[in-house]
Design a protein around this ligand. Sequence first.
Ligand SMILES: Nc1ncnc2c1ncn2[C@@H]1O[C@H](COP(=O)(O)OP(=O)(O)OP(=O)(O)O)[C@@H](O)[C@H]1O
Ligand SMILES: [Mg+2]
Length: 234
Amino acid sequence: MLNLKQIVAGYGPAQVLHGVSLDVPRGRVSALLGANGAGKTTLMRVLAGLVRPQSGSVEHEGREITALPAPRRVGLGIAMSPEGRMVFPTLTVEENLQLGAIHARARRGYRERREEMYALFPRLAERRRQTAGSMSGGEQQMLAIARALMARPDVLLLDEPTLGLAPVMVKQIFEVVQRLKEGGLTMFIAEQNVRQTLEIADHAYVLENGRVQLEGSGAALINDAGVRRAYLGM
Ligand SMILES: Nc1ncnc2c1ncn2[C@@H]1O[C@H](COP(=O)(O)OP(=O)(O)OP(=O)(O)O)[C@@H](O)[C@H]1O
Ligand SMILES: [Mg+2]
């Protein structure tokens, strides 16, 4: 569904990605692993259209979209739950969800979609009139994912969905990812909970200093000696 070819990207003179090629195939869960600063978020932003690469190309269903701005990519069905959640703190849960559906492709059937989100995240249903900023980190993370899903994406980009969360909340987030996977949603997940991610991912890429150092099926990487040493503490 999404293909990156030889992406070089960064911020001003600081180059972060040094020629990254990878694929996010339809109906699969793909994962992006790597240490802090490896360039995972930058890569997510390239896919979402928030960072314009210096060279290389981004393709969606075989069509080049490298220069397509972020809002137009939402129209193609590409939505992101960003690192750090970035919910609107002074707005209620329901208002945050409403903003997730602001794009034309999401407006129709907005109410039904919202109820689907409340079914997926019962915690959000209980807190629909509560301001997002007054919720726990885990609840805000659920809201960030639900807000992205309000856009009716064909592919969901999840940047560190369990960052800073307690184990019980991490488990709940992974359960939601599993349910979305069973529903056939294409996902691309940057994560530091490596074991749980590899258990759920069909395919994973390991990014080191802006380059793909290793890739393989989740099962293969779980058994890779280098991955076990560097990321699983074994
Ligand atoms: N807006 C920015 N301006 C300048 N440099 C940036 C900006 N955002 C990120 N960087 C730099 O780009 C590099 C890669 O950062 P990035 O956020 O992509 O890494 P990451 O793999 O997502 O890390 P983390 O695991 O901490 O989220 C880092 O050296 C970072 O300091
Ligand atoms: Mg990041």
